[in-house]
Design a protein around this ligand. Structure first.
Ligand SMILES: O=C(O)CCC(=O)C(=O)O
Length: 270
């Protein structure tokens, strides 16, 4: 599916865009099912909260951004269940991840028209920390996503820094401290995309995105997959973002989408 150059680009830069990995029919069907999920189950919020808002948004915009987030749309729609095994996506993952591949989660990040929420610079690692780097986030674009709609911005090569210290706490989504990591300080590149395009990125790659200032929705869905050799890492009891088995995002689904999970323990005597 991917050529040597693309695989090397993913490993060197920490991200790779594959155009039209999903056909227009597939993307259209998924988008229609997602609209139905949003209409029946979605809830509009202002987006991620936290002190980062003071550094990224004008005072007027701070409380007026709009977002719809939805975890695991396969809890509502079979189309979104089947796509976890999407043949071309899994074929790419087999080339990017060493050994058998395990599915972790799906999450929708939708930016409604006219001030869809931005995201601050962050790695995805603190949202679901694991004991290794072989975790790939796959961002499927359900709408055309030009720069003005708040396209994904990435810091090339930043995954090589490993897990970084984020601002954490009960009143904030995890994000990198803006005095050190802010789009005005750290250079990033835009990854505009079309409906059906997928961006693969390492969960340690620093990324962010700006407001959607167009009059169209900007919906993208992130699938997470990782090597079966990796395990979730816990955090201190008093850390509000510690691994919490009640939190759906922190619970791996354990579905094997490629290969076989070998039993590393001594087999029980029969
Ligand atoms: O959709 C975006 O622009 C960014 C979403 C994001 O930060 C993420 O998937 O972790």
């Amino acid at each position: 599916m991917l050529n040597e150059e693309q695989i090397a680009e993913y490993h060197n830069q920490g991200y790779l865009k594959v155009e039209q990995l999903f056909t227009p029919e597939e993307a259209g069907q998924l988008a229609a099912a997602m609209v139905r999920v949003i209409e029946q189950w979605g809830e509009e919020t202002i987006g991620w909260v936290g002190p980062w808002r003071d550094r990224y948004l004008d005072e007027e915009d701070r409380l007026n951004t709009k977002a719809v987030f939805m975890h695991n749309p396969h809890h509502y729609s079979a189309v979104w269940g089947r796509v976890i095994f999407h043949e071309k996506m899994i074929a790419c993952l087999r080339q990017l991840i060493d050994g058998p591949v395990q599915y972790h989660h799906t999450v929708l990040h939708a930016k409604p028209p006219e001030l869809g929420t931005p995201f601050p610079m962050h790695q995805d690692y603190p949202f679901y920390p694991h004991d290794g780097p072989d975790f790939v986030d796959c961002l499927l674009h359900l709408d055309d996503t030009p720069l003005q709609s708040g396209a994904l911005m990435v810091v090339p090569g930043s995954h090589k820094m490993g897990p970084l210290e984020h601002v954490l706490g009960p009143e904030t989504a995890p994000h990198l401290p803006p005095e050190k990591f802010h789009p005005q300080i750290v250079e990033s590149v835009a990854v505009p995309a079309a409906r059906g395009d997928m961006v693969f990125f390492n969960y340690q790659t620093i990324h962010w995105s700006d407001c959607n200032r167009t009059d169209s929705w900007r919906k993208s869905v992130r699938f997470g997959y990782h090597s079966t050799a990796m395990r979730p890492v816990g955090r201190a009891e008093d850390d509000p973002h510690r691994i919490d088995p009640g939190n759906i995002l922190e619970r791996s689904s354990n579905i094997i989408v490629a290969g076989f999970r070998e039993n590393e323990e001594e087999p029980a005597a029969s």
